[in-house]
Design a protein around this ligand. Structure first.
Ligand code: ADP
Length: 662
């Protein structure tokens, strides 16, 4: 076959134009694309050789070589993979076979800005070479074909390309980029190595470059001031070195990887010095195929509470690095997770925008979320050392030393996790509706009777009092304020446990959790206290009578406090305190409103309800007092202070108290 000139398929010409005109701001990706093609070619050879070992031609050592020649201004990527026949070179490098890519090109508008955004949606592949080259020569011979059946393909990346028959002893493909003048910096070993490290470290194939060493220039005149030498230079040594790590741990079989190797990889990607608490490594098959290797760290980073903070999962496509911190792969409340997702379904050139929309990514995100929650459930299950159980027949569990050691190694991990990340996990109640129940099961709280943050909703439910119909909780700025809150008085008196919620996120998160496992959650600071069956008839009757007798006084209080309180009523929730503030059943709590205001956000003016204790001496004293108005305001302001708030006008409050003290 003699030399022939052929035209590119229309779509290719369009694509080429786009590549050369809109990708120059992201030049270096060409190397990633070409190395990925070389790696694919080796994968294909490996696959075909399963049935035809002869294709290896006694060379099973698959690799990629990257070389450059400053004088010739070329950068060459050579592989000993499957190679191409002449027809394949014409078909594969002159047309676009993939329908997805074709569709894409047909959508191009010609508007460069719009098009360059679109280009993020698929791999530009081989043609990306034209970002840096004004001419590309491809020389190839397909595995199993004769040496004189090689092909040379040449194109300047415009309308057409040339093909001719050549003799090529080596199997595989060389892609020779004739670099543009403004791309000559790719003729540098460190620059090329840098790009390979960035994108292709985890390609499992070795990528080789020729070693260079410094050589002094020639001695011309020893008496000259700079030693009389010509300038020195890096020269090639003829030795080859592997410049990538060539080891994608996640692509290896689980059983061949030691726990130490998993830990080392974690440290490498997380920059953490400590081992992770847990990891999960899976190949997911099905409509979307990917591999996940995810870790739960033992320590929170300093910027954990910044929801804008970058996520910790790296995205690879077919072992080629695509991007760090791919936030689309996990919901924000799992931003503490570190690891790698490697997909074979996404295009190499996938953009962040596309990630947000892709169906495959959605499936990956769901899969990863499930796995992470699964890991946490596992940690929770093994948090406490198991107690030896004795069966009805009097047989005590036989526990081997190994099992004991494993239990000991896992004990306490969940507590550690929860102390670091519990508050972040709670965001999931609002963010991840589908997994709300699983998240709720993982939450732990301190309670009015337990100081450590260790009580789950299930634990709480298991020890609820006979007749108790709700899970009671209180939100406050800190544990001490929660524990000593007047609103807890009646619960303490009746021995009812109350969950203490002191994380900033609690108020917000609990809006999304109405019940746990069928039992409603009830804030003790919202609405009227309804202890339901826990309240006996005599108490109920006394309360009703008190309310009746107090009516005229309540009306006066309401009038005096009409600017501050939504309502004033008699309560049974107080024992020792004269008054407390509550909000209407579905209203925003005063804490949340306060928090929002502190954060500079718009918050409705929450007017709380003042509840008074009819049994309290101070309240009894109100009626007929000459200081009625001052007392009323003090009662209100003190109730506010008791829950960690501040009177609107502290100076006036102090004046009023002092007047009474004197
Ligand atoms: P993609 O790799 O996404 O299919 P490319 O435009 O990068 O698209 O490459 C087009 C085709 O050219 C490939 O599918 C492959 O058949 C062929 N090809 C590219 N590079 C090589 C190579 N180094 N060895 C063998 N075939 C190759």
């Amino acid at each position: 076959m003699t030399k022939q000139t052929l035209s590119f398929q229309t779509e290719v010409a369009q694509l080429l134009h786009l590549v050369t005109h809109s990708l120059y701001s992201n030049k270096e990706i060409f190397l990633r694309e070409l190395i990925s093609n070389a790696s694919d070619a080796c994968d294909k050879l490996r696959f075909e050789a399963i049935n035809d070992g002869g294709l290896y031609e006694n060379d099973t050592d698959l690799k990629v070589k990257v070389t450059f020649d400053k004088d010739a201004k070329t950068l060459t990527i050579t592989d000993n993979g499957i190679g191409m026949s002449t027809q394949e070179a014409i078909d594969h490098l002159g047309t676009i076979a993939k329908s997805g890519t074709k569709d894409f090109v047909s959508k191009l508008s010609g508007d460069q800005k719009a098009d360059s955004q679109l280009i993020g949606q698929f791999g530009v592949g081989f043609y990306s070479g034209f970002i840096v080259a004004d001419k590309i020569t491809v020389e190839s011979r397909r595995a199993g074909m004769k040496a004189d059946e090689g092909v040379r393909w040449i194109s300047g990346g415009t309308g057409d390309f040339e093909v001719e028959n050549i003799t090529r002893a080596e199997r595989g493909t060389s892609v020779i980029l004739h670099l543009r003048d403004d791309a000559m910096d790719y003729c540098s070993a460190w620059k090329v190595k840098g790009i390979i490290n960035k994108y292709s470290d985890h390609i499992s194939l070795p990528i080789l470059m020729e070693k260079e060493e410094w050589k002094d220039g020639e001695l011309i005149n020893p008496n000259d001031e700079n030693g009389g030498r010509q300038p020195g230079a890096m020269v090639k040594t003829g030795e080859w070195e592997t410049v990538n790590k060539a080891n994608a741990i996640w692509a290896r079989t689980k059983k061949d990887i030691t726990p130490d190797e998993y830990t080392e990889f974690y440290k490498q990607i997380s920059h953490d010095f400590e081992a992770p608490l847990a990891y999960t490594h899976n190949r997911v098959e099905g409509s979307t195929e990917y591999t996940q290797l995810l870790y739960i760290p033992g320590k929170a980073p300093f910027d954990l509470y910044n929801r804008e903070k970058s996520a910790g999962v790296k995205l690879y496509v077919k072992r080629v690095f695509i991007m760090d911190d791919a936030e689309a792969l996990l919901p924000t409340y799992l931003r503490f997770v570190k690891g790698v997702v490697d997909s074979s379904d996404l295009p190499l050139n996938v953009s962040r925008e596309l990630l947000q929309e892709s169906r495959d990514v959605k499936a990956i995100r769901e899969g990863c979320t499930k796995r992470v929650l699964g890991m946490l459930e596992d940690l929770a299950k093994h948090d406490k050392l198991p107690e030896a159980t004795t069966s009805a027949e009097g047989v005590t569990d036989v526990v081997t030393e190994e099992e004991k050691a494993e239990a000991a190694a896992n004990a306490g991990k969940f507590t550690k996790f929860y102390n670091e990340f519990g508050a972040v996990l709670k965001e999931g109640l609002g963010e991840d509706y589908a997994n709300k129940d699983r998240i709720a099961k993982l939450l732990r709280f301190a309670t009015s009777t337990t100081d450590t943050v260790s009580v789950s909703f299930a634990d709480y439910k298991a020890r609820m009092k006979e007749g108790q119909e709700a899970i009671y909780y209180i939100t406050a700025d800190n544990a001490a304020a929660a524990k000593n809150s007047p609103q807890l008085e009646v619960f303490k008196k009746k021995g009812i446990e109350v969950l203490l919620m002191t994380d900033r996120v609690d108020e917000w998160a609990l809006n999304y959790l109405q019940d746990f496992d069928g039992t409603p959650l009830q804030s003790v600071a919202k609405g009227a206290v309804d202890l339901g069956k826990l309240q006996d008839e005599a108490e109920k009757k006394a309360a009703e009578e008190a309310a009746e007798a107090f009516k005229p006084l309540l009306a006066k209080l309401k009038e005096a406090l009409k600017d501050k309180a939504e309502d004033v009523r008699v309560t049974t929730r107080l024992v020792d305190s004269p008054a407390c503030l509550v909000v209407q059943d579905h209203g925003m709590s005063t804490q949340l409103a306060r928090m929002l205001k502190q954060a500079g956000q718009a918050a409705p003016d929450v007017k709380p309800v003042l509840e008074v204790n009819a049994e309290h001496a101070l309240v009894k004293k109100l009626d007929g007092s000459v200081h009625f108005n001052d007392l009323a305001h003090i009662l209100f302001d003190q109730a506010l202070l008791a829950e960690g708030g501040l009177p609107e006008d502290p100076a006036t409050y102090v004046k009023r108290v002092n007047a009474l003290l004197m």
